[in-house]
Design a protein around this ligand. Structure first.
Ligand code: SF4
Length: 339
């Protein structure tokens, strides 16, 4: 019989000695380790993170540049027009408001600034205004610009790259098997097509998902492998923060130990990405934020999320200082990838 130490030793040998990625069977064996082995799993994930991508932590702030009234029906989302979740509804923000948010981000020592719009896809009227906002922030700050604007075409991805966007976020949200029960207004393959358009345009792909929506641990592993197949630069992991009024509004938050296990498994399956813990982390991890940074994560969304409030940026900066983890600067100051 294969024991827990054997399973961990196989993964350690693969990732730290052979410098190869683990197989799905190896990942599933890690996912099924007894609860008592969680600390050992997290410790291995942390050592893999240090060996593959180094000690730096990348910070990012979001600006919800167009909020609410999204026509899509993602069951976890408070910004869908299908649900009465009370999210703010407003059109594309004016340049002064966006610049103020960008300057506050820069003043906090955060290098990444992501424009997020609640949309199925950028509308013909909104897209030129979004491009103009991006150019303005590029001209007025040294921030690295990210975007999350829904489904985009090859042409829109190319226009965003030309405007100076570095990174485009489009999450798979969940694994292919579960996706149809999470969203019916667009398909998993629509999301994959946007991820591919982003890469084809030369943008960095930020692609992750949300956990705690009723998926099994095997489906979390499936999501991680499906993400790996897209070769993302960055993988955000969101934890469901149940929004009253949405179909998942009554679901209990994920257990903190399951959240740590997810982070560790994602690092072991995706050893070379920026693994960013994102929405819902305060709710799910509580005082264990530092444990997540010692379980393979090397990125954080700081400040507020799209429809929920995060903890102050200073709290996260103080935590990273205590952990001895340097904050990555704008592009050009990234950690070197050692493998
Ligand atoms: S997750 Fe995005 S696409 Fe889905 S409802 Fe929310 S804003 Fe719309």
């Amino acid at each position: 019989m294969t024991t827990a130490p054997d399973i961990l030793a196989v993964a350690e040998d693969a990732l730290l000695v052979q410098k190869r990625r683990i197989t799905r069977d190896e990942a599933l064996a890690l996912a099924h380790l007894p609860a008592d082995d969680l600390d050992a799993l997290c410790d291995l994930a942390h050592r893999v993170r240090l060996a593959w991508v180094g000690p730096d932590v990348e910070l990012e702030s979001l600006v919800n540049v167009k909020s609410g009234a999204c026509p899509e029906d993602c069951t976890f989302c408070g910004q869908s027009s299908r649900y009465d979740a009370g999210a703010a509804v407003y059109p594309v923000l004016d340049p002064d408001t966006v610049l103020e948010a960008a300057r506050a981000t820069e003043a906090n020592g955060v290098a990444q600034f992501c424009f997020v719009a609640a949309e199925r896809a950028p509308s013909p009227s909104a897209f030129p205004r979004l491009l103009e906002l991006i150019r303005t922030v590029r001209a007025e700050t040294n921030l690295d610009i990210g975007c999350s604007l829904g489904l985009v075409t090859d042409e829109q991805a190319a226009a965003l790259a030309a405007a100076g966007v570095r990174c485009f976020n489009h999450n798979l949200e969940t694994c292919r098997e579960l996706f149809p029960s999470v969203c019916t207004t667009h398909t998993y393959d629509d999301r994959v097509a946007t991820a591919r358009a982003v890469k084809a345009a030369g943008l960095e792909l930020c692609c992750g998902g949300i956990v705690g929506i009723g998926e099994t641990v095997e489906q979390r592993v499936a999501l991680a492998f499906e993400l790996a197949a897209l070769e993302p630069h960055e993988v955000p992991v969101n934890f469901l923060n149940p929004r009253p009024g949405t179909p998942l509004g009554d679901r209990p938050p994920l257990d903190a130990r399951a959240a740590l296990q997810t982070i560790a498994l994602f690092r072991l399956i995706l050893p070379d990405v920026w693994l960013r813990i994102a929405g819902g982390r305060e709710l799910v991890l509580g005082e264990l934020q530092d444990k997540a940074m010692l379980a393979g994560a090397n990125g954080l969304i700081v400040g507020n999320y799209l429809t929920t409030t995060g903890r102050p940026a200073e709290t996260d900066l103080a935590m990273l200082e205590t952990l001895g983890m340097p904050v990555a600067g704008p592009s050009g100051a990234h950690v070197s990838r050692s493998v």
